[in-house]
Design a protein around this ligand. Structure first.
Ligand code: ADP
Ligand code: MG
Ligand code: MG
Length: 193
């Protein structure tokens, strides 16, 4: 169930996973980009952690707004803009109601503010869209999330920095898809869904 407590746990678990996997995310980005995805994500995560430590916010929407501001202001690169827009869009949706599907639909719109990203273009959309489908059908598991992250190995990058080195990319997981996998693992573990 989505409450201010479970939403807070969702964000905290996401932060923990980003902390634990900073080097791994950098390593994934070394293969297809500039090697900074873990470090980028960690800057936003640290800022958000400090804000959360000051006390839980009044509502779910406030929590996601804090997250959006942290990623917009502290995380560099494409990921800062992407996760910033994801969280700010989700925050707006949570102002209407606490409906997870509505908020994830808004989050996807946040990603799409950078242009239309299709499936199989080796981005976090390759995790976001099938996860939404599984939530709708009440069949999301950790294994499925992992499967969607891993599936990006076989895709050719069409968006972002990785698109410029596309011929070398097969066999490598997309770093943004991997961090997005942590986001949804955290959601499951927090009992939001
Ligand atoms: P940068 O490429 O600026 O160094 P990061 O390394 O932090 O930024 O983030 C790279 C990730 O951003 C990629 O792995 C990919 O998942 C995601 N990405 C980049 N451009 C787009 C886009 N237009 N739409 C969706 N995701 C994107
Ligand atoms: Mg990078
Ligand atoms: Mg960069």
């Amino acid at each position: 169930m989505l409450t201010v407590e479970t939403a807070g746990a969702w964000l905290s678990l996401f932060i923990e996973k980003l902390e634990k996997n900073e080097k791994y995310l950098n390593m994934l980005d070394e293969s297809i980009g500039d090697g900074d995805h873990g470090a980028n994500m960690l800057r936003g995560a640290k800022d958000l952690k400090a804000k959360l430590a000051e006390g839980l916010q009044a509502g779910v929407s406030d929590l996601f707004k804090l997250a959006g501001m942290s990623f917009v202001q502290k995380t560099g690169g494409a990921a800062g803009l992407l996760y910033g827009q994801i969280f700010l869009h989700m925050s707006e949706a949570f102002q209407e109601d606490n409906d997870l599907m509505d908020s994830l639909t808004s989050g996807l719109e946040g990603i799409q503010t950078f242009g239309p990203t299709e499936l199989k273009e080796k981005t976090l959309v390759d995790v976001w869209i099938p996860v939404m489908e599984d939530i709708r059908n009440k069949r999301l598991t950790l294994e499925k999330i992992n499967e969607y992250v891993t599936s990006t190995k076989d895709f050719q990058a069409k968006k972002g920095r990785a698109a410029y080195v596309s011929e070398q990319l097969n066999g490598h997981i997309d770093p943004g898809a991997a961090s997005c996998g942590y986001f949804f693992e955290a959601m499951l573990e927090a009992g939001v869904y």
